[in-house]
Design a protein around this ligand. Structure first.
Ligand code: ADP
Length: 677
C-alpha cells in the first residue's frame, strides 16, 4: 500500500504540528482573556486608584471645611459671649457703682462669667489704659467701637499678663521628628489664642472700656477632641481608619489628637518641611497624603491667620491612609483573584474543548500508526462514539471510508496476485508437461524415422530374399523332376528344404507386414485367435528364449474376427513385449482366448496376455493408456499402449488392464467379429 505508507510516513512528523495546533487553538481562546483582562485590570487599577485618591482628597477637603466651620463657630462664640457681657445690664450696673466697690464687683462678675463661658482669661480694659505696644487688632477694634475676634500669637510675657498660669500652660517642648524643618529651639513658649474684645459703653453711649477675653489653644485638648469628634464622628470613617485634627502654632503641633509612638499626643512635634513651605510659606491649602508623625495620612492643612492677616499657624484634619489603601489593595487582589479564576476556568474549558476538537485527529493518527504496525483493520471509529460531529469528525469518518476502500482494493489485489500465482504455477506445469511431451514426441519421431528406415531396409532385404527363395523353390522342383525316382531316397530332405523355404517366405512376409504396415492397411481378413497368437509369438520368440520365460496357452475361442491382421498383430506383439520386459528374471507368460458375448449374443473374442511380473501400481493404472506414460527408464516412450488402444478402438474394440495385487499384470484385447466404425 504505497499510498497509505506515504500517508503514515507523513503522519510520523505530525505530533509537533498537532501540538502546536492545539497550543495555537488554546492561545486563540486565551489570548483575548490573557490580554484584555490584564489591560482591563491595569486600566481599572490606574483609573480606580486615581479616582480613589481623588475621592479621599475630596473627603478630606470637606472634612477641613467642617473643621474650619467649627473653629469659626468657637471663635464667634467667644466673641459673642464677650459682646453679650459688654452690653449686659449686669456690667452696666457694676460700672455705675462707686469706684471703691466697682473694681471688686467687676472682678467678681468677670470671674463668674469666665467660668461660665470657659474662657481662659477675661479682663475689663479701661479706655485710658496705656499700651506699651500697639494693641492687638481685637482691642484696637473694640476701642474704636466694634467688637472683634481674631486668632493671635501671644508671647509668654503677654500670656503671663493675661493670666498667671497661661504662660506655663502654653509652653510646649519641641519633639524632633523626621521631615520637620530644622528648629534650634527646645520648646515653643508662645501661645495660640482666640482673642476677642468688645466695647463697653456708659449710659451716655461713650466707650467706657473694653472687655478682653479669650481661649488659649495650646494643649486645649477639649477643643481639639471636640473638633475631631465633629469632623470624624463615630463610624464616619470606613475600614477602621482613624481621623485626626491638629492646631499648629507656626509649624508646631500645639493641640492634636495625633498619637505618638507610645500613645501620647504628638504635641510639640512639627510639620514636614514641604507642608510648612506650601501652607505657611505660600498660604496654600494642602490636600494630599502627608507623613504625619509616624504614619501616612490623607491630609488637609489650611493656614490660620491673625487679625492682621498674617499666617500664624495651621488647622489640620486627616485620616489614616493605610486602611483605605489596604481596602483598595484587597479589592484589587479580589479582582486579580477573580481574573485568575476566570483565566483558569477559561483555560480548562479551552483545554477540554481543544481535546474534544482534536480527538478525531488523534484517533486518525492512532489508526495510521496501527496500520503502519500492520493492523490493517484499525479504524478511527464511528462519529457517535467520537462524540464529534463537526468537520473534523466528518473528515475522520471519511478517512475510515477511504481506509475501507483501500483495504478492499488491497484484498482484491492480493486475491488477484494469488490467483495469478496459481495460474503461473499451472501454466508452468503445463509448459513443463508440454516440453516433456515435445521431447517424447521428438524421440518418438526419431524412433519412427528409424523404424521407417529399418522397415525400408527390411522390405528391401525381404524382397531380395524373396527372389533367391523363388529360385531355390523353382530349382528344387526342377531337381525333383530331373531326378525322378532317384529322388525318392532324398525325398524327406527335399520336403524339409521345401518346408523351410516356405517358412522363410512366411517369415519374410510377416517381416514385411510388420515393417511396412501401411502397405497392408485397409486390407481386412478373417483371423482367429490361435493364428494371431502363433504369428506374434513367432516374432518375439528370440526374446522369450533369452528371458527364460515359460509360455502357457489357453486358446478357447474358435471365432474369427475381421481385421487387418498386421495391425492386431502389432498390438499383440506390443503386449507380449511389455509382459516379457516386466519379467527380466524370467517367469510365466499366459496367453488366453475366449468368446466375448453380450446378452447371450456373440460379439467377438477376448484375447488376454498375463505375466507373473511385479504388476502395475493402482495409481499408474489410470494413466496407463495416456500417451507418453512410461515407467521404464530408460528406454520406454509410453506410446505402445496408447497406439494399441487407438488401433483396437478403431475396430470398435477395447483394450483393458488389470493388476490384482501379487498376481502380475493382465491386459485384455476385446475384438469384435465385425469391426464397427
Ligand atoms: P513403454 O513400453 O514404451 O513404456 P507402453 O505404452 O507399452 O510404453 O507401456 C506403458 C507402461 O505400462 C510401461 O512403461 C510399463 O510401466 C507399464 N506396463 C505395460 N505392460 C506392463 C506389464 N505387463 N507389467 C508391468 N507394467 C507394464
Amino acid at each position: 500500500m504505497p499510498g497509505l505508507g506515504a500517508l503514515a510516513g507523513a503522519q510520523a512528523a505530525q505530533p509537533a504540528v498537532r501540538r502546536s495546533l492545539r497550543t495555537r487553538l488554546l492561545l486563540l481562546a486565551l489570548l483575548p482573556l490573557g490580554v484584555v483582562l490584564p489591560l482591563l485590570l491595569a486600566v481599572l487599577a490606574w483609573w480606580g486608584g486615581d479616582y480613589f485618591e481623588r475621592l479621599l482628597v475630596t473627603k478630606v477637603h470637606s472634612d477641613l471645611a467642617v473643621a474650619h466651620g467649627y473653629f469659626d463657630r468657637v471663635s464667634d462664640s467667644v466673641g459673642r459671649s464677650l459682646a453679650a457681657l459688654a452690653e449686659s445690664e449686669r456690667l452696666a450696673r457694676v460700672l455705675r457703682l462707686a469706684p471703691a466697690q466697682r473694681d471688686r464687683a467687676i472682678a467678681a462678675l468677670l470671674a463668674s462669667t469666665r467660668g461660665e463661658q470657659r474662657l481662659d482669661f477675661l479682663h475689663f480694659v479701661t479706655v485710658d489704659r496705656k499700651f506699651r505696644q500697639k494693641p492687638r487688632p481685637a482691642i484696637a477694634s473694640a476701642l474704636a467701637g466694634g467688637p472683634l475676634t481674631s486668632t493671635e500669637i501671644f508671647t509668654p510675657e503677654e500670656l503671663a499678663s493675661l493670666a498667671p498660669d497661661l504662660a506655663r500652660r502654653a509652653e510646649t517642648p519641641l519633639i524632633a521628628t523626621a521631615n520637620a524643618r530644622p528648629d534650634r529651639r527646645a520648646s515653643e513658649n508662645r501661645g495660640l489664642v482666640i482673642h476677642a474684645a468688645a466695647p463697653v459703653r456708659d449710659a451716655s453711649g461713650n466707650i467706657a472700656g473694653v472687655l478682653e477675653g479669650g481661649v488659649l489653644l495650646n494643649k486645649n485638648l477639649d477643643f481639639i477632641d471636640r473638633l475631631n469628634a465633629i469632623v470624624y464622628p463615630e463610624g464616619a470613617l470606613p475600614f477602621g481608619s482613624a481621623g485626626t485634627a491638629t492646631l499648629f502654632l507656626g509649624d508646631v503641633r500645639v493641640a492634636t489628637n495625633v498619637r505618638l509612638f507610645a500613645g501620647e499626643r504628638a504635641i510639640g512635634t512639627r510639620v514636614s518641611q514641604s507642608v510648612h513651605d506650601s501652607v505657611l510659606g505660600h498660604g496654600k491649602v494642602w490636600l494630599d497624603r502627608a507623613f504625619v508623625v509616624s504614619d501616612w495620612y490623607v491630609s488637609a492643612y489650611e493656614p490660620l491667620k491673625n487679625g492682621a492677616g498674617e499666617r500664624i499657624g495651621m488647622l489640620y484634619v486627616g485620616f489614616l491612609e493605610a486602611p483605605f489603601s489596604d481596602a483598595g489593595r484587597r479589592v484589587f487582589a479580589g479582582i486579580v483573584f477573580l481574573f485568575v479564576l476566570v483565566m483558569l476556568v477559561a483555560a480548562v474549558l479551552a483545554v477540554v474543548w481543544a481535546r474534544r476538537v482534536f480527538r478525531p485527529v488523534e484517533r486518525m493518527h492512532a489508526a495510521m500508526h496501527a496500520i503502519e504496525r500492520g493492523d490493517a483493520h484499525a479504524r478511527v471509529g464511528v462519529l457517535g462514539e467520537l462524540g464529534s460531529e463537526d468537520e473534523l469528525g466528518i473528515v475522520a469518518a471519511h478517512f475510515d471510508r477511504l481506509l475501507d476502500q483501500l483495504q478492499a482494493q488491497t484484498d482484491a489485489l492480493k486475491r488477484w496476485g494469488d490467483s495469478l500465482d496459481g495460474k503461473v504455477t499451472e501454466r508452468t506445469t503445463e509448459l513443463e508437461q508440454a516440453v516433456t511431451n515435445l521431447k517424447a514426441a521428438q524421440s518418438q519421431l526419431v524412433k519412427n524415422e528409424k523404424l521407417a528406415a529399418i522397415g525400408q531396409l527390411t522390405a528391401g532385404v525381404a524382397h531380395e530374399i524373396n527372389n533367391p527363395i523363388a529360385v531355390i523353390q523353382g530349382n528344387l522342383e526342377v531337381l525333383r523332376a530331373l531326378l525322378g525316382p532317384q529322388a525318392e531316397p532324398v525325398e524327406p530332405e527335399i520336403k524339409l528344404i521345401h518346408e523351410q523355404v516356405h517358412r522363410i517366405r512366411l517369415i519374410v512376409t510377416k517381416l514385411l507386414q510388420f515393417a511396412r504396415p501401411h502397405d497392408y492397411a485397409g486390407y481386412l481378413e478373417p483371423v482367429n485367435a490361435p493364428q494371431l497368437v502363433q504369428d506374434s509369438l513367432l516374432l518375439v520368440r528370440h526374446l522369450l528364449k533369452k528371458g527364460h520365460i515359460a509360455i502357457e496357452q489357453q486358446l478357447d475361442s474358435s471365432r474369427q474376427i475381421l481385421c487387418n491382421r498386421s495391425e492386431v498383430q502389432q498390438v499383440i506383439i506390443n503386449l507380449l513385449v511389455n509382459a516379457i520386459e516386466a519379467m527380466p528374471q524370467g517367469g510365466l507368460l499366459k496367453l488366453a482366448a475366449e468368446d466375448w458375448d453380450e446378452a447371450d449374443m456373440p460379439v467377438g473374442l477376448r484375447l488376454s496376455v498375463s505375466d507373473s511380473g511385479p504388476g502395475i501400481p493402482a495409481k499408474d493404472l489410470e494413466r496407463l493408456f495416456q500417451p507418453f506414460f512410461t515407467a521404464k527408464k530408460p528406454g520406454g516412450n509410453g506410446l505402445g499402449l496408447w497406439v494399441s488402444k487407438t488401433l483396437i478402438e478403431r475396430y470398435g474394440g477395447r483394450l483393458t488392464a488389470a493388476s490384482p495385487p501379487g498376481q502380475g499384470a493382465c491386459f485384455t484385447v476385446w475384438l469384435r467379429c465385425e469391426p464397427i466404425e
